[in-house]
Structure formats: structure tokens, C-alpha cells
Design a protein. Sequence first.
Lengths: 312, 429, 278
Amino acid sequence: MKGNGKTENKKGKTGAGYGKGKWREIIENGKSRTFLLITIPIVALFFLFNTLPLIQGVVYSFTNFRGYGSYDWVGLRNYIDLFRDARVGNSYLFTFKLAVVTTIIVNVLSLLLAMALNSRIKFKNTLRGLYFLPNVLGGLVVGYIFNYFFTYILPELAKLLGFEGNSMLANSKTAWLAIAVVCAWQSIAMNTIIYISGLQTVPEDVYEAGSLDGATGWFKFRHLTFPLIFPFFTINLVLCMKNFLMVFDQIMSLTKGGPAQSTESISYLIYNNGMSGGQFGFQSANAVLFFVVIVVISVTQMTFLGKKEEQL
Amino acid sequence: MLRNNKKFLFGTTLFLAGLSATGCGKGADNGKTVIELLHYKPEAVTYFEEVEKKFNETHDTIELKISSPNDAMTVLKTRLIREDNPDIIGIGGEYNYSNFIDAGILMDVSDFDGLSNIRQNYLDINENLEFVPTDGIYGVPYMANAAGILYNRDMFLEYGWQIPRTWEELLALCEEIEAAGKLPFYMGYKDTWTCLSPWNSAASSLAEPTVCGDVNRGLTTFTDQYRVVAEQMKTLLQYGPKDFAAYSYNDACTAFARGESAMFMIGSYAVPQIKSVNPDINIDSFVYPASSEESGNYLTSGIDLQFCIMEDCPNKEAAYEVLRFLLEDENVQAYMDNQNAIPCKEGNFKLASMLDGMKEYIEEGRVADFQDHFYPAEMAADALIQTYLLDGDTDKFLKRFDTEWVRYNRDRIEKVQKYETEHGEGEGK
Amino acid sequence: MRDKKEKSNIGLTVILIFGLITIAFPLYMAVVIAFKQPSEMTNNIRGILSLPARWSLDNFKEAMRVTDFWNSLVNSLFITLATIALSIVVHSLIGYVLGRSKAKSKFYNVLYLYLVSGMFVPFAILMMPLVKQTARMGLSNMFGVILLYTVFYLPMNTMLYSGYLKNLPLALEEAACVDGASTWRTFWTIIFPNMRPMHATVAILTALGTWNDVMTPLVIMSGDKNTLPLAQLNFQSQFGTNYNLAFASYLLALLPIVAFYIICQKQIIAGVANGAVK
């Protein structure tokens, strides 16, 4: 991983074998001592506020704890219930549908936008700045604003165009799309910036060489640009997927899981039934499952895309 | 312990950030007993601020601190989790209350002298909310609410419409209103909880008041009890806005306030919101006429606010003193004026004018509790109802209600049945 | 360098400017609603899009009162700034240690993977136990929130910092070592200043994450103090929302971060890009 041949050679903690002078060994030891002194408290902190509560969460997942008062051990009941509970099943389906579709929308649009913003245009910096704006706004507040838009403005616009003009948020077939739009609206900005920085790593002479071969348009993109920015594609895909799988703010502010329970995301269900409702034990089990799912998906994505990356 | 910590950290905050913050970390340095009351009615914050001030002015040994947080239930639950309990909590008479009793975190207040002035039917409602019968009393009912149908009095007068007394009359009225080119109802069913308002109203008259407990005992099913309720809900949809699930509670309030509909099936708590849009609107209410016989109708009324003392409250007497103060006639009346509420205390109080149409029911005690006070929040009965209204399949819905009920009440049903077997076939409750 | 550069693609520029409508429109709506009075609110489109009858700051004044704006703002600022400061110090240290050691030591490599995998832990599972734990430790306050943020952002930032180390040649610190400086000093005098571009990135990403977050302060501080986004919940009380006040308040909540963004726009975009390139 490191390009430093010098360090690569010094394996192991027993630096006694090196004949390069005693001072070096002392420094090395002093260094490893300092390193340990830095590492221990920070890792301890991480353990205390991340791993320990995670373990506790796992423990609660074997109980019928309400969050307060007395509780009993229920063994694997919560986990068995997870696979029988239609509501949990639906929340996974919904969340995946949303995450996959939104990831695609976001990546297509932000790649296009990035290429546009990276080409020779006027007001380049201003435009980039403005397009990035949605990303700095809070998800909840943006959700509230869009809620208004979907309830009143969009139906009226649809009526002007001769459609029936029902609110997207009131129909269980379309509500998820409205959520996808809001998620995309906010996250396109970040992904665009990442793609732009990817495009800037593409050296000009690649294009020039390509133009000599007569490469244009889609072909140029497919065979020259895209392979070069593939690592950025990987980052965007993994980040998008992870973020959208954890979608919460937008659900909270747009639909609160409705209509007809069609937009209950996994995080929403865990929060709503675990914290506000009395299902803490059960939802802990759900959270454990969710954690496993996210890790599996991210790791799969990374290995798969990593392999692709090598091929290209 | 926790309070001290808070204080310490408060001090550090000041020191570190140079903040000039207020309102936290006040200790009992002055030798006063501090009683903290946390309630879930942020909309009544002005009333509680007033009461807090008055109480502290008149009491030398007790200091009352009232918290009115937003999203109070989450705040309360996180405080329970962190074992940082307030002394008194102000909550509704609903499922959380049942859960709190079951978890053993509320104090038995049977010896509180103020209970003698509380109307018996509200004490009974509380009794009903216990999963399994107990000997104690765990809440002091303070205010009740009533749900029915709000109507635009001026519009009714203008067109000469009459208050319906039976289900058939209601339907006829709706036809009449439509014929006059007006919309009978506005609905805010995007916020699923608003579905529960007509649902509760209909169920008060059409289903047994003990239906949930009976289901737990295996005596009946919701499919039997709720069919007519569900059908009425569906029937009324045609008299609402076309896209009934598009609008939130607020939107519905706005629309009703602007005279876009003649009626609105919601509780009296909506009145302040409606008046904020149109201060001049003249609102009255009537009881949802679910039955075909006038005598078969009940007003839906439950405990909207009651005070419970936490089991670990160290100063029971001081807490009682706070409750006594809150129950003084003057303060009860002030709350009623502020929130259009109905007192749970006996006495000569002046009801808000928008409750005129319900007055006789209240005085006769012809009331039944909100059914949803028995539903666990995580079951999301409101969302089930909304789902049903969107797809319209009554059989499917009722069946689902029964299965979901069992799913979400498993531990409770187990407990009830265990109790039943241990205590023999105790008839009735 | 290239003479072609002079020619701008006007067509594309125009398209991009039109595209801005998608960004401007929702914000325009929010502004209009924020200035109106409740009695001006209608449920039809013309009424919604029309300009307010008069431009008065009353809603904003009232919103500031309801949200206790200045105190909330100070709390938000305090939390965000402290988190940034702590993150930069702690995460650059651990990023440095792990970045320099993980290739040669299995122990550090495992630690690195352990920390980075924390990125995938959903907050939902940690929430309840954390509430309990922070309470026991007397951390149900802003300090607890700051500490938690520092831990939440640790995986991401550690990855960023240790990745960035690739850009800093080992020779830099070795030279300092030869001069007899301790590792600790070398870090502060040589490494830390040289990681400046990454500090900017970390600061920005952390700021965006903490400033807008509602959940952590909501459950950890529980009504003790408000942050600016938390104060917006004031307008979501079940039995009544005053949209005008709410939107005025939303705008007030957005204002500081937008102002910050306008001022540091270049650095923010560069910083985010930097994070992606690592």
C-alpha cells in the first residue's frame, strides 16, 4: 500500500536486527511508544461510545425490553419475528427500492452535471457554487419545504397540464418517488463535486490522443473518460447506497411512513417503534440485522467494483 | 446525583463557552424541595408558566419546575431510560399510561385527598386502562377532551341546516350540504392520527367500551366489533375532498377555517389552530351520531391530561401539594379557558362555547373513552385505518386488525390470560 | 495554453442556468411563505405563489422568540466548533498513527479496519444504549453530544487523514527525527501543519454533518438545551403548525450555514473534492 520501500523493510517490533546505529532503534522505540500512547485512549473512546453500545444493543435484542421498567429474556424470538413481520419486510423492500433507484438517479444526473460544469462554460465557479447549495441545507427543513411543494404546487401544475392532479405523497404508488426526488435534490450536489474532482484528474492528453483516433461522444465517454474516473464512481456508489439505506430525515418530514405505511424506511421503523413505541427489544434485533445488511452490501459493492476497477 | 452533575456541567459550560444561558441547573440550594413536573402539552405552555409562577409565589418550602418539551413522549422516555425521572408527569390516559403502570414506575396515589372530587367515570376509565386489574390508583385525572364533529355555525345558520341526531340524519345532511354546493367534510388523513378522530367517535357508540380487553381475553374479535365503524369511515369519504390522503391536519384546519367545508371531524383541540387562520370563525361541535337511535350515541371523551407521580419521587407530600394547587377551581378554570378542555373535577365550571353541542352528554355522563387509548403506538392502528381507506377492502382490514393486534399485544395477552387463570373466571372486568 | 479555451459553450451555460430553477424554486417558496401572515395562506396555487401583501419581519421576530434564536444559535455554534476542533486534533493524530503503521504492523492494520468499520453502524442501534450510558456518565448535555460526534466521525476522518498521509513523504519526519525531535513534536511541527488541506476537508464535512443533525441532540440532551435545528421541532407540535412562522424559522435556521457557505464557498467545494480524492 505504501510506496515507501524504506519503511516496508522494517517489519516487526524487534528492531534489534538493524545495524544502522543505536539512536535509530531508540527513536523507533520512542516512536512506537508514542504511537501506542496516542492509540490507546482514542481506541478506548471509540470502544466506549461505539462498540460498547453496539454490544448492549445486541444484548437488548434478546429481550422484550420496552426502554424502561422490567423486562424478560426472550431468546431468539425477536429474530424469528423479524422474518415473519410483514411490516419489517415491507420496510426493507421499500428502503432497498428507494436506495437503488435514488442511487441510480443521483449518479446519472450528477455525472452529467459534473461533465457540464467541467466543460468550457461561463460563470463556471458561480454555477458550481449554486449547484452545491442544497447540500449544506438540513434534511429536515428541506423536507418540510418540499412537503408543501408536493401537496399544493405540484398537483396544481399537473392540473394545468391536464393530469388528474393528485398529490404524489397521498398515493402509495408514488410517494416513494417523491422521497427519491428530495433525496436526490440534496445529494446530487455532493456527488457532482466528487465527479468533478474525478474529471479533473483526467489528463488532457488522453483526450487529445482520443481525438486523433476519432473518438467522440458516447464512445469517448465509455472508453476513455469513464474508466479513468471509475474509482470516483465506486466512492459515489458506496456512499450513496449507504446514505440512502439509512434514510430518515426525509421520511420524517415528508410522509412519516405513509400513505398506507408504504414509505416506512428501516431507520424510521426502528426509531418510531423502538423509541416512541414500546418495541425496543424487537427493534434492537431489527437494528442488528440492518447493521449486518449494510456491512454485507458495502463490502460486496467494494469488492465487486474493486475487481472491475482492476479490469479497466 | 444527576442534578448535581447537571449543575457542575452547567458551570463548566459557562466557564468554557462564556454562554449566558438560562433555565437549567437550578438546584435546591435555598433549602426548598424541588418538584419537577413534565407534561406533554406544549400547546398549554402559557398556562403552565402562569401556574408555575403563581405556585412559587405562594409556597415557601416547595419550588415547582414545569417542563413543557416538544415531542414530550420521546423526551420522557429518554429520561426514563437514563433514570433521570421527573417527580410528576402529565400524560394522557392512554397506552403509555398502561405501560407505565405495568412497568411499575408510577406511584400508588390512592391516599391522595384530592381524588374525592374527581368524577367517578374518569377514575373508571383509568381503571379500564390497566392491563390486569390492580388495587392502586396511579393517576389523577385533570382534563378530559371530547371528539366529535366541529361545524361552522354561521354556515349552518345561513343555510338552515340542523344538527343530525342519527347516522341517517348525518348522511342526509351531507347530501343537503353537497346540494348547496359546499363540501361537507374536510379531512387531514395525510397525518394518519387524524383518521382516529372519526374512528374513535364511531367506535364509542358502535363497539363495546371493553372491546380491547375482551379481545385479550379471547371473548370477541375486532372483526365482529369494528365492522360498522369501518364501513361508516368509508362511507364518509365521499363527502370529503377528492384526494383525502393528500392533506395534513394543518391543511385541513386551514381549509375548514376558510369555510371550504361545513364540518370537520376532529377534537376540540383543533380550535386554536383553526382560529389562528381565521379568528372570526364561529365554531360549535356536536356528537358524532353513529347510531340509528339517538339514545345509542355516546360522546367520545377520555382523559386528555392527568398527573402521575413517579414511583421514585422522594417527596410525596410536596408532590401532593402541587396537585392540590393544580386542582384549585381557579386553576382548573384557567386551563379550560386556555385549552377548551373539559374538567375531570366535579364543580361549577364554565365550558367553552364550542362545546355547547356536547354539553348535555357531558352533564349526563353519556361518554365513552377513545378506543385508541387502548392501542399500542407501535401497532400504528391509525396507519392501518388509512391503508384501509385507501384500498377500501373492509374484510381484509378487519382481519389485519385482528392479526396485528395479537402480534403487538402478545406479552400483554399472555399476562391477561395468566391473570385470568390465576384469579378464576372473574365475571365482568 | 490552449486557444480553444477562450470559446465558452454558451448553449450549455444557458441550460445550466435554467437548471438552477430546480434549486431556486423551493427556496423562493420558503421565502414567500415566511413573509406572509396566516390569514394570507390559501390552499390554491395562485395564493401560494403570490408575493406577500407586505414585507414585514414580524414572522421572523416571532420565530426568533419562539426558538430562543440567539441561545440556540450559540449552542449550535458551540457544538459545531468544538466538534470540529476536537475532530481535527484527535482524528489527525489517530489517522497519522494508523496511516504510518498499518502497512507494517498487523496490529495497527486490524485497529484501522476496526475503527473504519464503525462507519457502517447505524445510529439507530446505538441510540438507546448511548442515552443510558451518557446519562450515567453525566454527559446528557452538549459535552456528551460533542464527544459522541467526535466518535461518530472518527471512522470517516481517520480514513481521510491516513489516506492523505500518502502525499507526505516519510523523509519529512525522518529529517526531524535525526534532529532529535520527539515523535510527538514532529507530529505537531511537521505533520499537522502539512495536513492543512485535509483539515479543511474534515472541518467542512464535520460541520455539515453536525450543524444540521437533529437526532443526536434530541435524544442525548432531551429538552435541556436547544440547538437551532432542534428548535424547529417547536413548529411541529401535533395540534397546530403556523406555517408562516415555521418557514420563517426554517429560513433563520438555514441562514447561518448558507452564510458560512457563501463566505467559504471555494474552500468548501475544494475541501469536499479533496476528501473524495483522498
